[in-house]
Design a protein around this ligand. Structure first.
Ligand code: ARG
Length: 459
C-alpha cells in the first residue's frame, strides 16, 4: 500500500479499480509545466509573506525547477498511485527535498490549483491558435494579392450566381479567420484571471498575497469569488467555442476544395505531397487532407458539447466531474493545431487552374444580373429588366448559348434598349469592376480589403 497524500483519515487502502478509475495522471501530466509554474509562484509568495520560512521557499523553488527540467527531458515516471499531476509533483518534491516539500501546499487546494493550471494551459493554447490562424491568413493574403484579376463565378445554392474574383473569394475566408483570431484573443483575456487563493472553495485563513502571485504569473487580475474561482470553466468553453468555429470555417473551405479539385470543377489541382491514392483504383488522387479536416470538425464540436454537458448539472463548487474538462480541452487543442498546420501547407501548394475559373465565369449566365442592370441604366425598371433577361436566358438555354454569344439583333428582339456596348458591359471583367464599393469584388475594393486585413493582423 502506498501512502496517499490525503491518507490520514482512511483505515483501508483504495481499491485498485478505484485508483485506476480516479487517476487523471495519464492525461493531466500534460499540465506539468503549468502546474510547476503555478507552484513556483505560490511558494515564492509564501516565502515573501513569511507564511513559510524563506529557506524552505527557496528549497521548494529550486526543487521544482529540477523537476521541471527532468520532466522536460522525459526523465520522470509519473505514478498512477499519486493520482494526478498535482500530487505527483508534490510527492516527487518531498522525495527530493524532504520536509520543506510538505510546506508547498500551505494555503492552497488542488481545486484552485487545477483551476490555475487549466487557465494557464488555455492561455498558452489561445496564443498558439491565434498564431496558427495568423499564418493561414498570411498565406491567403499572398494568394489573394496574386489573383485580384482572376475571374471566377461566385455561387449561391451551388449554382453559378455572379462573377467575382478568386481574390475576393479567398478574402471571404480571411474575414472569418480574422474573427477567429479575435475570438482566441478574447478567450485568452477571459482565461487570464488568477484563481489561487480560492482554496478548496472558501478561500484560506493564511495572509496570501493574491496580487503578487498574479503578478509573478503575468495575470492582470484575480478572481472575485472563491466558489466561482474553483468551479468556473467558462474560459475552457470559450476556447472550445473559438476552436469549433475555426474548425467550421476550415471545414467549409475544405468542402470547397474537395469540390474544386473534382474533375467536374477542376478549379484546383492539389500537390501530390498533399493528396493520397487508392489501393484499388490506379487513377485516383484524393483530397484526403481536406476531407479529414472536415471530418475532424465534428470531434471538436463534440469536445465543446462534452464540457457543456459535464458542467450543466454541477452544484457549487468543485465536483470531481470537472476532471473530465481536460481531455476535451486537450483534444480540441491538438486537433485544431494540426488542422491549421496541415491545411495551411496544403493551401500553399495548391495550383489554381485560372483558365477553368475564367471560363466558368463566362458560362452559366453569371452575368445575367449585369445584363438586367445594363437595361436599368438604359431606362427600364429593374423588375421589367429582370423579366427580359429571364426570357433571354430561357432562349439561350434552349439554343445552348451564352448571353455573350448572341448577336445584337437577337438581343434587340428581346429589348430595343440593348446597344452595341452591351457586350463590353456584361463581360466578367466589367461585371466585377463595376462592383467597386467597400466589401465588393472589384480589384480596387479587394486591394483595400487586403490592406485592411494586413493592418488588423499587425494590431
Ligand atoms: N485531478 C483533479 C481534477 O483534475 C484535481 C482536483 C482534485 N480535487 C479534489 N478535490 N479531488 O479535477
Amino acid at each position: 500500500m502506498s501512502a496517499k497524500l490525503w491518507g490520514g483519515r482512511f483505515e483501508k487502502a483504495t481499491a485498485g479499480i478505484v485508483d485506476a478509475f480516479n487517476a487523471s495522471i495519464a492525461f493531466d501530466q500534460r499540465l506539468f509545466r503549468q502546474d510547476i509554474r503555478g507552484s513556483i509562484a505560490h511558494a515564492t509568495m509564501l516565502g515573501e509573506q513569511g507564511i513559510i520560512p524563506q529557506a524552505d521557499a527557496d528549497r521548494i523553488v529550486e526543487g521544482l525547477r529540477g523537476i521541471l527540467a527532468d520532466a522536460e527531458a522525459g526523465r520522470i515516471q509519473w505514478r498512477q498511485d499519486a493520482e494526478d499531476i498535482h500530487m505527483n509533483v508534490e510527492a516527487l518534491l518531498t522525495d527530493r527535498i524532504g520536509e520543506a516539500g510538505k510546506r508547498l501546499h500551505t494555503g492552497r487546494s488542488r481545486n484552485d490549483q487545477v483551476a490555475l493550471d487549466m487557465r494557464l494551459y488555455t492561455m498558452d493554447a489561445c496564443l498558439e491558435m491565434k498564431a496558427g490562424v495568423e499564418a493561414l491568413c498570411e498565406a491567403l493574403l499572398q494568394t489573394a494579392e496574386a489573383h485580384l484579376q482572376t475571374m471566377m463565378s461566385g455561387y449561391t445554392h451551388l449554382q453559378k450566381a455572379q462573377p467575382i474574383t478568386l481574390a475576393h473569394h479567398l478574402m471571404a475566408y480571411v474575414q472569418m479567420f480574422l474573427r477567429d483570431r479575435e475570438r482566441f484573443a478574447q478567450a485568452h483575456a477571459r482565461a487570464a484571471v488568477m484563481p489561487l487563493g480560492s482554496g478548496a472553495l472558501a478561500g484560506t485563513t493564511y495572509p496570501l498575497n493574491r496580487g503578487r502571485v498574479a503578478e509573478l504569473l503575468g495575470f492582470p487580475a484575480v478572481t472575485q469569488n472563491s466558489l466561482d474561482g474553483v468551479s468556473d470553466r467558462d474560459f475552457a468553453l470559450d476556447f472550445l467555442y473559438a476552436a469549433s468555429v475555426t474548425m467550421m470555417h476550415l471545414s467549409r473551405f475544405c468542402e470547397e476544395l474537395c469540390l474544386w479539385s473534382s474533375q467536374e470543377f477542376s478549379y484546383v489541382v492539389m500537390d501530390d505531397a498533399y493528396s493520397t491514392g487508392s489501393s484499388i483504383m490506379p487513377q485516383k488522387k484524393n483530397p484526403d487532407v481536406a476531407e479529414l479536416v472536415r471530418g475532424k470538425t465534428g470531434r471538436v464540436y463534440g469536445d465543446l458539447q462534452a464540457l457543456l454537458v459535464t458542467l450543466k448539472g454541477l452544484p457549487l463548487a468543485y465536483n470531481k466531474d470537472m476532471q473530465e474538462d481536460k481531455e476535451a480541452l486537450f483534444d480540441a487543442h491538438d486537433t485544431l493545431s494540426i488542422c491549421l498546420k496541415v491545411f495551411t501547407a496544403m493551401f500553399e501548394t495548391l495550383t489554381f487552374r485560372t483558365e477553368r475559373m475564367e471560363r466558368g465565369a463566362a458560362e452559366g449566365f453569371a452575368n445575367a444580373t449585369d445584363a438586367a442592370d445594363y437595361l436599368v441604366r438604359h431606362g427600364l425598371a429593374f423588375r421589367d429588366a429582370h423579366e427580359v433577361v429571364g426570357r433571354l436566358v430561357a432562349y439561350c438555354v434552349k439554343e445552348n448559348k451564352a448571353l455573350l454569344d448572341l448577336p445584337l439583333e437577337t438581343l434587340q428582339t428581346f429589348s430595343p434598349a440593348f446597344e452595341a456596348d452591351v457586350f463590353e458591359a456584361i463581360s466578367p471583367q466589367a461585371c466585377v469592376a463595376l462592383r467597386n464599393l467597400p466589401g465588393g469584388p472589384a480589384p480596387e475594393a479587394v486591394k483595400a480589403a487586403i490592406a485592411a486585413a494586413r493592418e488588423a493582423l499587425a494590431s
